[in-house]
Design a protein around this ligand. Structure first.
Ligand SMILES: C[S@@+](CC[C@H](N)C(=O)[O-])C[C@H]1O[C@@H](n2cnc3c(N)ncnc32)[C@H](O)[C@@H]1O
Length: 280
């Protein structure tokens, strides 16, 4: 069995799964489309933008289709290979460039992009706090002054709920409070929680902590959102419901998505910030 705890190895094995994950269910679509609404609102209509930790490129493709020229950067070669196939299938190969690289040391000059995103938990996969601080500094450095930075990370409360629901409580319980306090899903925690861990190490956030990390990086948070909101902790198969009923649930989630309590319990929480105009 491969070592799932290392994010690069995990994503090298799981490129197809990652492409499917984004559209696999009603709630994953709500999260994907909701996230894209923020990109659509804050990103410039054209010009060069960075999709950091972009995996197989779902957001890069959508950004290219709306007029941007995205650079899709990822640490995983396999994700990028799948990304290039999908980019070609969607006919946007002339607009999207792929680059292998690490969030903590981006291979771009200062002030290169007019919009930067790092979505779907890529930042959460940097377990160490100094590494996450370095990554946020890098995202800010490569963005032009005044441009938007959109980041979404994994939420800690939702993950605790998953551990309580699915984990081996008899072996995990001594690690529950440390996990609630630190948010670090470590190798030790994974081994105690599951017989066969199949997820990789990552840091799960509380909302206030995400905001504090942005502030430290001199990024002013303008909006935050959580997409699955009240449904995050439910085990409901929305696909079995009528289209109209699903539409109303979608509206409900949309209406509540910027409520701070909802953001904090969401599986994925998003922050939109802006690089200060005088950041240099
Ligand atoms: C959950 S996927 C999200 C993909 C995409 N952003 C999305 O939302 O659909 C996380 C991605 O982050 C990448 N990643 C993890 N650690 C990274 C790092 N240090 N530098 C760059 N990419 C990283 C992984 O390879 C993976 O493709």
């Amino acid at each position: 069995m491969f070592d799932s705890m290392n994010p690069r190895r995990f994503y090298n094995e799981e490129a197809d799964w990652e492409w499917g994950r984004r559209r696999g269910s009603f709630l994953s679509e709500v999260a994907f489309e909701g996230t894209f609404e923020y990109l659509d609102e804050f990103f410039p209509e054209d010009g060069s933008v960075l999709d950091a930790g972009g995996g197989p490129g779902r957001y890069s493709i959508r950004l290219a289709e709306r007029g941007n020229c995205p650079v899709l950067l990822d640490v995983s070669r396999t994700q990028l290979r799948t990304g290039r196939e999908k980019i070609a299938e969607h006919d946007v190969a002339d607009r999207v460039r792929t680059v292998q690289g690490d969030l903590r040391g981006l291979p771009f000059d200062d002030d290169t992009f007019d919009g930067v995103c790092c979505l779907g938990g890529a930042l959460s996969h940097v377990l160490d706090a100094d590494g996450r601080a370095a990554a946020l500094d890098e995202l800010r450095r490569v963005a032009t002054p005044g441009s938007p930075i959109v980041v979404s990370v994994f939420g800690r409360l939702a993950n605790l709920e998953i551990i309580l629901r699915e984990g081996n409580l008899e072996t995990t319980y001594p690690l529950l409070l440390p996990e609630a306090r630190s948010g670090d899903y470590t190798r030790e925690l994974a081994m105690q929680t599951y017989d066969e861990p199949d997820w990789t190490e990552c840091h799960y956030y509380r909302l206030a902590e995400l905001e504090a990390e942005f502030e430290r990086a001199n990024l002013r948070v303008e909006r935050t959102a959580g997409f699955n909101g009240l449904c995050t902790m439910l085990d409901v198969d929305f696909e079995t419901h009528e289209k109209e009923a699903r539409g109303t649930v979608r509206e409900l989630l949309r209406e509540l998505r910027e409520d701070r309590t909802v953001v904090d319990v969401s599986r994925e929480m998003l922050a939109v910030a802006r690089v200060p105009a005088n950041s240099r």
